[in-house]
Design a protein around this ligand. Structure first.
Ligand SMILES: [Zn+2]
Length: 141
């Protein structure tokens, strides 16, 4: 066990040494890596040339991002990526919360200011007031 831990430690040291002055893992690289993994898994069943190419392209792009030395440019791209994916990421986060707290709460998004509002479940039809902007709306909980 000790050997494995030592190996892991050494591997970490090597990786961090290799990535000095490089872009490393950012949100975009993580997303493209996940995309390539998903395409690779799909292709085990699909055996499609197109999916194979997508897998290779996403994996190649991930490696390119991680090892890129143009950190300023990669940082700007990553910021843009975060901006573009803001809505789907917050929707995904909301879905995750809704699944996690499905027994006790419901979540709503204020249509005016997009604030996330948590309401206890099972109160029937109630008027919800947004704590941020004061917008009122009626929902069944
Ligand atoms: Zn609001």
């Amino acid at each position: 066990m000790n050997r494995i831990r030592q190996f892991g430690y050494q591997l970490n040291m090597i990786i961090s040494r290799v990535l000095i002055g490089r872009n490393g893992f950012d949100n975009m690289a993580r997303t493209t890596l996940w995309a390539s993994i998903i395409f690779a898994i799909i292709n085990v069943y699909a055996q499609s040339v197109i999916i194979y190419f997508l897998w290779v392209i996403f994996l190649g792009y991930t490696v390119f991002r991680i090892f890129s030395k143009n950190i300023t440019k990669r940082y700007a791209e990553n910021q843009k990526f975060l901006e573009i994916t803001k809505t789907p990421r917050s929707n995904l986060n909301l879905l995750r919360l809704q699944v996690r707290d499905r027994e006790t709460s419901r979540y709503y998004i204020c249509r005016k200011c997009h604030q996330q509002i948590r309401v206890p479940k099972g109160k029937g039809r109630i008027e919800i007031r947004c704590p941020k902007c004061g917008e009122r709306f009626i929902r069944k909980t």
